[in-house]
Each structure stands twice: as structure tokens, then as C-alpha cells.
Ligand binder design. Structure first.
Ligand SMILES: Nc1ncnc2c1ncn2[C@@H]1O[C@H](COP(=O)(O)OP(=O)(O)OP(=O)(O)O)[C@@H](O)[C@H]1O
Length: 242
């Protein structure tokens, strides 16, 4: 099976001289269709840098990232922007919703940005909000939503373009335990039912256990990886997960 995301010997170096930081030191990984991969590790070990480089938010110093076989950092800027808009979804700890826009307007924004006609964008945004159980809140602004609801809007925005992969950086980092459970149940549902492929950074061991695999980072490297109790998606598609 072709990986959705493939990273080969990634290096990311910030600054130089005394301020030089080797944030990534030769990271390689593959993420396969339908997989949920968690990245854990101590503060400052390079988790966010890894997500940023895998998703083309940031450049790479050395190494290669392939998204569905295409060299992300070898693309021209416009092509890379387009690849990100079409193939990727993003979820952040701080939701990153636009305060003056309603939930549905926030969700339809990435579609409008890629030229989807307004009526179609609205229909798909409402459908995405329905999938996260928030259709009746669609006209509320972010400030009128709870943290868990705001993160579900952000999740709807991340999946509205039907991405090949969603990158989530501490998606439950700002939430209490009960709301964390709700959001992670939803991620789990989207992964199991819709086969959504996901890479998520988390400090929360309970969240990480819901993934198929956990990658443990330290000092810019993946030191080890472990499969969780979840069946990998290849077995699941053969109907072996209960
Ligand atoms: N723009 C930047 N300029 C210089 N150094 C940076 C930059 N971004 C990150 N770093 C450094 O790179 C290293 C990795 O940072 P990164 O944010 O990826 O860690 P992290 O594992 O996500 O940490 P946390 O769990 O605290 O969010 C750190 O030493 C950090 O200080």
C-alpha cells in the first residue's frame, strides 16, 4: 500500500552559530491510508516542527516529504499551497477560528479559498458541521461556543475539503478531561467510519492510545515506536476489528 505521507531523513535547523538549534535530526516515517499516528515526546523535542515540515507550513533543511508520492518541498510555492488546500486538514490547540465569522462561515472558508462556488461551499460546510454534531450551532460565532464546540468546528473545517490527511497539533491540549473524551471520540469516529488518516501530536497518553501507532520523539529524533491495541487499518478493512 502506498503511504499518504512519507518522510525521508528530515532535518530542520533553526538559526546558526550560538543560536543554532537542530529541531529535527534525521526523521523518517510513513503514514498509511486510514492510519491514526500519534507523536509524543517532551517539550521542545521537535513535535510541532515535525508537523509543520510534514505539512509544508515550514520548509525543511534536508530530506524529503512525499504526500501521496509527490515531493512536497520540491513543488513551486503555488503548487504546494494547492496541495495543502486539497490534500490536508489542520487542527490546532487554540482552534484558530476567525472570531468575526460564524461557525459555518469558518468551515466554508477553505473551500471558498480554493474556488468552490459559494452555494456548494455552504452545503458542504453544513454537512461537515453535521458530521461533528454541531449543525444547530452553525450561526454561532466562536466566542459563543464552548471549547469543545469550538474544537469541533475546527475539526469540521479540517475535514470539509475531504483531505487525504489531517494534521492535529495538541487538539485536546486546551480541553478538560470530559471534553477531551468527546473530541477524541469524534476523531476516532471519523477515523473508523470515514477512514480519515491522521497524524496527531499529543502530551496525553490516553489520547495517544486511541491511535494505531505511537511515535516517541526526543531531541529531534524518533527514538522508538509502538503499536497500540488497535488493529491497523489494513486488517480493519478486512473486517477483523470488532
Ligand atoms: N522558529 C524557530 N526558531 C528557532 N528555534 C525554533 C523555532 N521553532 C522551534 N524552535 C526550536 O526547535 C526545538 C523544537 O521545537 P518544537 O516546537 O518543535 O517542540 P515541541 O516538541 O513541539 O515542543 P512543545 O511540546 O513544547 O510544543 C525547540 O528547541 C525550539 O526552541
Amino acid at each position: 500500500m502506498e503511504p499518504i505521507v512519507e518522510a525521508d531523513e528530515l532535518w530542520k535547523i533553526f538559526g546558526d552559530g550560538e543560536s543554532r538549534v537542530e529541531a529535527l535530526r534525521g526523521v523518517s516515517l510513513s503514514v498509511f491510508p486510514g492510519e491514526m499516528v500519534a507523536v509524543m515526546g517532551p517539550s521542545g523535542c521537535g513535535k510541532t516542527t515535525l508537523l509543520n515540515v510534514l505539512s509544508g507550513i515550514d520548509t525543511v533543511t534536508r530530506g524529503r516529504v512525499r504526500i501521496r508520492g509527490r515531493d512536497l518541498h520540491g513543488m513551486k510555492e503555488r503548487e504546494r499551497d494547492r496541495c495543502r488546500a486539497e490534500q490536508m486538514g489542520f487542527v490546532f490547540q487554540s482552534y484558530n477560528l476567525i472570531p468575526v465569522l460564524s461557525a459555518v462561515e469558518n468551515v466554508e472558508l477553505p473551500l471558498l479559498a480554493t474556488g468552490v462556488p459559494a452555494r456548494e461551499a455552504r452545503r458542504r460546510a453544513e454537512e461537515a458541521l453535521a458530521r461533528v454534531g454541531l449543525k444547530e450551532r452553525r450561526h454561532h460565532r466562536p466566542a459563543e461556543l464552548s471549547g469543545g464546540q469550538a474544537q469541533r468546528v475546527a475539526l469540521a473545517r479540517a475535514i470539509v475539503n475531504r483531505p487525504a490527511v489531517v494534521f492535529a497539533d495538541e487538539p485536546t491540549g486546551a480541553l478538560d478531561r470530559k471534553t477531551t473524551e468527546l473530541v477524541i471520540d469524534l476523531l476516532d469516529h471519523l477515523n473508523r467510519v470515514d477512514g480519515l488518516t491522521m497524524v496527531l501530536v499529543t502530551h496525553d497518553p490516553e489520547v495517544a492510545e486511541r491511535a494505531h501507532r505511537i511515535l516517541y520523539m526526543d531531541s529531534g529524533q524518533i527514538l522508538r515506536e509502538r503499536s497500540t491495541k488497535r488493529q491497523p487499518p489494513t486488517l480493519r478493512s478486512a473486517g477483523r476489528e470488532g
